[in-house]
Ligand binder design. Structure first.
Ligand SMILES: *Cc1c(COP(=O)(O)O)cnc(C)c1O
Length: 370
């Protein structure tokens, strides 16, 4: 067992059966989202020893493939799991970069804290994604809006059915080439208001990026799709229907008076890296940026009066997506025919430009991987 030190090197055990160049090219020609995976995976294991000392060990790059897990592994029974999502972008000169990975590393540790999983050193997180992208650099697409999506995750692997925090854990990173999420044109999406379900509650795990929150959002997501909507909006139904977020994206409102508003972090909202970047870009352009409570009533009346001019959702996977229509069984707010707004589109272009190297990176958000 090689203990992880501060100058962690990921041992390389490269695949003897990587996909052929032809197979890879065929996948990269039409990557989709989350359907195909690269040849390797990064792994670091963790164990608490007999003295009660925990440590990370055996950092390695190994061939992508199934994980051997004991059927009693805690993650399979009690859902002790967290994850992250970020992207690697190929710039015009062939170099490969990622966007604010320290923010993902910090958030992983906040999620780990809430799910009683061990803290992972930030440098190990950065080394894992760097080593993996270096091993699989031919998998980073170069087309417009394309990227290599990176999915770090941490699972409780200890075989034990008593309920307590696991003493054996695995941190892994897999990578999946990602196409332009919405294809060419960016059309506003319709959103379904979830009246019967919540994704998170007070004191729950809403601020952590954990699989359990997503499991809870799947049934309302089916309901949304049955009503012709792309995504679900979750509200604070216990109180005043304050807007929380979508199943996996934060929400922003552009006001006629130049305000850019997003719901304040309440403990049940996930703090997106895209959200915090949009807040900064809003400040940079002199918008009156506010993190505050905004209720469904304000959404309804603001759209009716024209005070609210644009609404968009944001997250790493789909970047920035305009919202046209919001509806439930009884009402419709906005219009499915709405056009993407000017502020939405210009912030989207600026953010994408920074990520792909065509707009100056004033805030030092990019980290080179290859
Ligand atoms: C990941 C996630 C987001 C978006 O976060 P980004 O860091 O911007 O990708 C928003 N909401 C939820 C629930 C999420 O899991």
């Amino acid at each position: 067992m090689t203990q992880v030190s501060s100058e962690l090197a990921f041992a390389q055990r490269l695949s003897e059966t990587p996909k052929s160049a032809a197979e890879r090219e065929a996948i990269l020609a039409n990557p989709g989202f989350g359907d195909h995976f690269t040849d390797h995976t990064a792994v670091v294991d963790y164990k608490v020893d007999a003295q009660g000392e925990g440590g990370w060990f055996d950092a390695r790059i190994e061939p992508y493939g199934p994980i051997a897990l004991d059927p009693a592994a805690c993650v399979l029974h009690y859902g002790q799991e967290i994850f992250e999502g970020l992207k690697a972008y190929r710039h015009a000169d062939g170099s490969v970069w990622t966007f604010r990975p320290e923010a993902n590393a910090a958030r992983l540790n906040r999620s780990a804290q809430r799910l009683a999983l061990p803290q992972l050193p930030e440098q190990t997180f950065l080394d894992a994604i760097t080593s993996l992208v270096q091993a699989d650099q031919q998998w980073v697409p170069s087309g417009d809006g394309e990227s290599l999506y990176l999915r770090p995750f941490m699972i409780a692997t200890e075989a034990f059915l008593g309920v307590r925090a696991a003493r054996e854990v695995s941190f892994r990173v897999i990578a999946s080439p990602a196409g332009n999420y919405f294809g060419g044109e960016l059309k506003p999406v319709s959103i379904w208001i979830s009246r019967s379900y919540a994704r998170a509650g007070r004191g729950g795990t809403g601020a952590a990026k954990c699989g359990g929150n997503y499991a809870a959002s799947l049934l309302p997501q089916l309901e949304a799709e049955a009503h012709g909507c792309k995504q679900v909006l979750f509200l604070d139904q216990e109180n005043d229907n304050a807007i929380e977020e979508l199943g996996g994206m934060n929400v922003f409102f552009v006001f006629k008076d130049g305000s850019l508003v997003t719901p304040a972090l309440s403990g049940s909202i996930l703090e997106g890296v895209t959200r915090s970047s949009v807040l900064q870009l809003g400040r940079d352009r002199g918008l009156n940026v506010q993190e505050r409570k905004i209720t469904l009533d304000e959404w309804r009346s603001g759209v009716a009066s024209g005070e609210i001019t644009e609404i968009f959702a944001c997250g790493t996977a789909a970047v920035i997506t305009p919202i046209g229509l919001l509806k439930d069984e009884n009402e419709e707010i906005g219009s499915a025919e709405a056009q993407a707004g000017e502020v939405t589109m210009s912030i989207r272009e600026e953010l994408l430009g920074i990520q792909t190297g065509t707009v100056p990176d004033k805030h030092g958000w990019l980290r080179r991987l290859v």
